[in-house]
Ligand binder design. Structure first.
Ligand code: ARG
Length: 476
C-alpha cells in the first residue's frame, strides 16, 4: 500500500515495526476531533486564499461525509496508515481524489495531533467537572437528610468524638470542590490552540491562526511554535487532577466498605451496586467501592508514565510523545466511571442511624468534653486531661461508660465535677457544643451546607459559560 510519506523510501516498513509504531488502535478515539480540526483548517486555507474556493468546498464536503460516517461508526481504520490523521487523509483522498492531498497544506501531524488532544482534553475536563457536580449533589443531598444523624468520628480508626453524619459527608464535598477548582484552573491551559505551529517552526504559507482559534472557541494561541508541539503539561495536569480525584474517591470508597461491613453496619449499599459470592450464600460484597479503590492504581500509573515519558525529552516533537494518549484516555475514562458509579452508590445508600448512635453511646468519645468541663472551671487543660484519663481508666475497669458513673465516682477524681456533668456529656450536647467555625454544631454544618451549594451554583455557571466550546460538531 502507498504510504503518505513514501517518497523518500526504497524499502517497505518491517511488519512488526509498523505495528509497533502505529497509534491507530487507540488514537481512533480522536476521530471526531481530527475531522473537525481538519474542516476548520481547510476553511482557513480557503479564507486565506491558500486554496481556491472550489478546492476548499470539495475538501470540506468530503470531510463532512467522513464526519457523518465517523458518527455512525462506519469508518474502517487500517494499521497501514499508522494513525488517525493519516487514516482520515487517506480516506479523504480515496473519496474525493487527489485534491484531498491539499488538506495537509501548511500543517504537520505534530500540530494536528496536539490540536486533537487539546480538543479532547478540553471536552473531558468539562465532563469531569459535570460529574464532580453530580457526586457533590449526591453528598449534599445525603448531608441534608442527615444533619441530625450522629456517628462516632474517628482518628486512627478509633472512636474519637461524635460528629454529625452531614459534617462527615461535607468533608468529602470540600475535597470535590478543590477537585473542581483544579480542573477549572487547568482548563485555561488546555484551552489553547496549537494549530499553525507546523512540524516545529511555523509554515511558509500565509495562514491565519486566529481564524482556527476563534472557530474552535479557543481562548488563546500558543505564542511559540516549538512550545505548541512540545507541550504536554495540560495532559499531566488533567491526569494529575484525576489522580487526586481518585485519591478522594478511594477514601470515600474505603469508608463505604468499612461502614457496610457487619462490624460497623452504618450503611447498607443498594443491591444494584453489590454482588454475591459464588460459594457463600450469605455474602453481599461492596464491589463498586472496592473497584474504585483498586482502579486508582492505573490512574496514578498513567501519571507516572506521562511524567517519565516527558522527562529530559529534547524539543520538539519526539515519537515518545505518542505515548501521551493511552495514559490520558484510560485515566479520564476510569475517573469518569468511578465518579458516575460513586454518585449512584451515595444516592442509593441507606444510612443506619441507630447503629451509629449506639456506637457513640458505647464509647468514651465524650472524654474530651469531661476534660473541657474541668478546664472551663479553671483547671489547666493538661491537668484536666490527666484527671479525665484516670476517670476513663476507672470506668473501663468498672465496665461502665462515662454517663454511667455516679457523681461520687466522678468526685473521687475531682471534687469540681457536679450534677450538670451528665448534661455536658450527652451526645447531642457534645456535638452541639462544637460551635467553633467549621465545627460540627448544627449551625456550623448548615453554614457549610449552604456554602457548598453556592459553589455548585457557581460551577454550574462556569459549565454554562464553556458549553459552546463543547458542542464541536455543531460548529462546522
Ligand atoms: N501519531 C503521532 C501522535 O500520536 C503524531 C504523528 C507525528 N509523527 C511524526 N512523524 N511527525 O502523536
Amino acid at each position: 500500500m502507498m504510504k503518505l510519506w513514501g517518497g523518500r523510501f526504497t524499502k517497505t516498513t518491517d511488519q512488526l515495526a509498523l505495528e509497533f509504531q502505529a497509534s491507530i488502535s487507540f488514537d481512533q478515539k480522536l476521530v471526531i476531533e481530527d475531522i473537525i480540526g481538519s474542516i476548520v483548517h481547510v476553511e482557513m486555507l480557503g479564507a486565506s486564499e491558500i486554496l481556491t474556493v472550489k478546492e476548499t468546498q470539495t475538501i470540506k464536503e468530503g470531510l463532512k461525509t467522513l464526519l457523518e460516517r465517523a458518527k455512525t461508526g462506519e469508518l474502517a481504520f487500517s494499521v497501514e496508515h499508522e494513525d488517525i490523521h493519516m487514516n482520515i487523509e487517506k480516506m479523504l483522498i480515496d473519496l474525493i481524489g487527489p485534491v484531498g492531498g491539499k488538506l495537509h497544506t501548511g500543517r504537520s501531524r505534530n500540530d494536528q495531533s496536539a490540536l486533537d488532544v487539546h480538543l479532547f482534553a478540553r471536552r473531558k475536563t468539562v465532563e469531569l467537572v459535570g460529574q464532580l457536580v453530580m457526586l457533590s449533589n449526591a453528598l449534599l443531598q445525603q448531608a441534608d437528610n442527615h444533619i441530625d444523624t450522629l456517628l462516632p468520628g474517628y482518628t486512627h480508626l478509633q472512636r474519637a468524638q461524635p460528629v454529625r453524619f452531614a459534617h462527615h459527608l461535607l468533608a468529602y464535598a470540600g475535597m470535590l470542590e478543590r477537585d473542581m477548582g483544579r480542573l477549572i484552573d487547568s482548563y485555561k491551559r488546555t484551552d489553547m490552540c496549537p494549530l499553525g505551529a507546523g512540524a516545529i517552526a511555523g509554515t511558509t504559507f500565509p495562514i491565519d491562526r486566529h481564524y482556527v482559534k476563534d472557530r474552535l472557541h479557543f481562548a488563546n494561541l500558543y505564542e511559540n511554535s516549538m512550545d505548541a508541539v512540545s507541550d504536554r503539561d495540560y495532559i499531566v495536569e488533567l491526569v494529575s487532577a484525576c489522580s487526586l480525584i481518585m485519591v478522594h474517591l478511594t477514601r470515600l470508597a474505603e469508608e463505604l466498605i468499612l461502614w457496610s461491613s457487619e462490624e460497623f453496619q452504618y450503611v447498607e449499599l443498594d443491591d444494584a451496586y453489590c454482588t454475591g459470592s459464588s460459594m457463600m450464600p450469605q455474602k453481599k460484597n461492596p464491589d463498586i467501592p472496592e473497584l474504585v479503590r483498586g482502579k486508582s492504581g492505573r490512574v496514578f500509573g498513567g501519571l507516572m508514565g506521562l511524567l517519565t515519558m516527558l522527562k529530559a525529552l529534547p524539543l520538539s516533537f519526539n515519537k515518545d510523545m505518542q505515548e501521551d494518549k493511552e495514559a490520558l484516555f484510560d485515566a479520564v475514562e476510569t475517573t469518569e466511571n468511578c465518579l458516575i458509579l460513586m454518585s449512584a452508590v451515595i444516592d442509593t445508600m441507606v444510612v443506619k442511624k441507630e447503629k451509629m448512635l449506639q456506637n457513640i453511646q458505647q464509647s468514651y468519645s465524650n472524654a474530651t468534653d469531661l476534660a473541657d468541663y474541668l478546664a472551663s472551671k479553671g483547671i489547666p487543660f493538661r491537668e484536666a486531661h490527666e484527671i479525665t484519663g484516670k476517670t476513663v481508666l476507672y470506668a473501663i475497669s468498672e465496665q461502665k461508660y462515662l454517663l454511667q458513673l455516679t457523681l461520687d465516682e466522678y468526685q473521687q477524681f475531682s471534687p469540681i465535677v457536679q450534677e450538670d456533668i451528665y448534661m455536658f456529656l450527652a451526645e447531642e450536647q457534645v456535638v452541639e457544643a462544637r460551635k467553633s467555625e467549621g465545627g460540627t454544631a448544627r449551625e456550623q454544618v448548615q453554614v457549610q451546607l449552604s456554602r457548598r451549594k453556592q459553589y455548585i451554583d457557581h460551577t454550574n455557571q462556569w459549565l454554562q459559560s464553556v458549553q459552546e466550546a463543547q458542542e464541536l460538531t455543531r460548529l462546522v
